[in-house]
Design a protein around this ligand. Sequence first.
Ligand code: IDP
Ligand code: MG
Length: 169
Amino acid sequence: MIATILSIFSLFSSAMAAARERSFIMIKPDGVQRGLVGEIIKRFEQKGFKLVGLKFVWPTEDLLKKHYADLSDKPFFPALVKYMASGPVVPMVWEGLNVVKTGRVMLGATNPADSAPGTIRGDLCIQMGRNICHGSDSVESAKKEINLWFTEKEVVGWAPANDCWVYED
Ligand code: IDP
Ligand code: MG
């Protein structure tokens, strides 16, 4: 009996944890320059994900080198850092069920030429080095990226009025 209650509780709490998953999504300098901030935010908002962090910053090369540390041995790394430091960006934290995986699907492939129509990169850009938006590739890297770009206080938990119209009970 107690075991059943515990397993129901654990199923419930893992579903709750999944619903609170967070991804780091960032509109890159070309997305800002091209006036696509509203369009990209609109897609995540209309999907049903919840915005819990957002700012407008001109990032330093130092921060970008940390953000893209895993790619530091790639030949395109210097050009990538220069591109990303060329103007202001919009770092965001979005929350919801499977938001990391779904966010990547919404973004499309790294190379816009391979991105399906209907995706952000598939609809709005052409080349890999100007692909307008970043999205975390795993829950683990989302946590790292959120901690790199946001302080704890800058990520704001809140309860939207219409949760029951987005998620089943
Ligand atoms: P992702 O942004 O889809 O996660 P990553 O492999 O993490 O792709 O690469 C980070 C960023 O580096 C890409 O979004 C793109 O702007 C740039 N990039 C990746 N591969 C290349 C390349 O082969 N040439 C030029 N830029 C690249
Ligand atoms: Mg990546």
